[in-house]
Design a protein around this ligand. Structure first.
Ligand SMILES: [Mn+2]
Length: 238
């Protein structure tokens, strides 16, 4: 039905060009904004990640989502750049929402749309660690809707960044007085403050859906987090 209407419109208005720009976005009434899939790296990309990127880009093509890769400089610890970047992208209001993927993550279930996860009242979707670790939230893969609630979650999260607890070394690396992944980090602060504060608007999916490093029947994304990532990536692609 979709393609039929599209064809008819194309034929009718082909010569004027007047309707061509909006064609395809207007079908079925209200315009639907695309999702953005976002990644960041300010270092040269490690070649072991190339096949992961390839899958992500193909996924975006398949679903007509926008793929955004940023390497823009930020005067922030790398852990917090993702929060800032997604906050900024939501503020453009050009997207339905944003899927954040670490460089060591990829899409496994190419057919599953982001819309298929969206439930009433829930604006932020994430999962906890695999049983190898123990955080209730893993910051490597998550997605957020571009609505009031989603923007509020991102703003509150970014506000938890405490520049007084971080120092930039002369070699450009960042050090914190806090413990690894603790509350000075984006992950620990989310667990400590954002999860309880926005509890009703956050959907915590099973780790198997977003965080597994071996494809499982429920896996949508995979996250090859850990010291053995290159072996895991290799076994996924062979
Ligand atoms: Mn990661």
């Amino acid at each position: 039905m979709k393609s039929k209407r599209l064809k008819r419109k194309t034929g009718r208005f082909r010569k004027t060009g007047r309707f061509r720009k909006t064609r395809g976005r207007q079908i079925g009434g209200a315009a639907e904004l695309p999702w953005a899939v976002v990644q960041y790296d300010n270092r040269p990309i490690n070649p072991i990640f190339y096949p992961l990127l390839e899958r992500i880009k193909n996924y975006c093509k398949l679903h007509t989502y926008e793929y955004i890769f940023s390497n823009a400089p930020y005067d922030l610890p790398p852990y917090w750049i993702k929060v800032k970047l997604v906050q900024e992208i939501l503020q453009t209001k050009k997207y339905k929402g944003v899927l954040w993927l670490d460089m060591d993550a990829t899409i496994h279930d190419m057919k599953r749309s982001l819309n298929s996860f969206v439930r009433q009242e829930k604006s932020f979707y994430c999962a906890g660690d695999t049983p190898n670790w123990n955080s209730r939230f893993n910051a490597g893969v998550w997605f957020v809707l571009s609505n009031h609630q989603g923007r509020q979650i991102m703003n509150s999260w970014m506000n938890l960044y405490d520049s007084g607890k971080w120092t930039k070394e002369t070699d450009g690396s960042w050090k914190t007085i806090g413990e690894w992944a603790g509350d000075t980090y984006e992950q620990g602060s989310f667990v400590q403050t954002i999860l309880p504060r926005f509890n009703t608007h956050i959907e915590v999916l099973p780790w198997q859906v977003l965080q597994s490093f071996i494809p499982l029947p429920q896996s949508f994304t995979l996250h090859f987090a850990g010291p053995e990532k290159s072996a895991w990536i290799q076994s996924y692609f062979t």
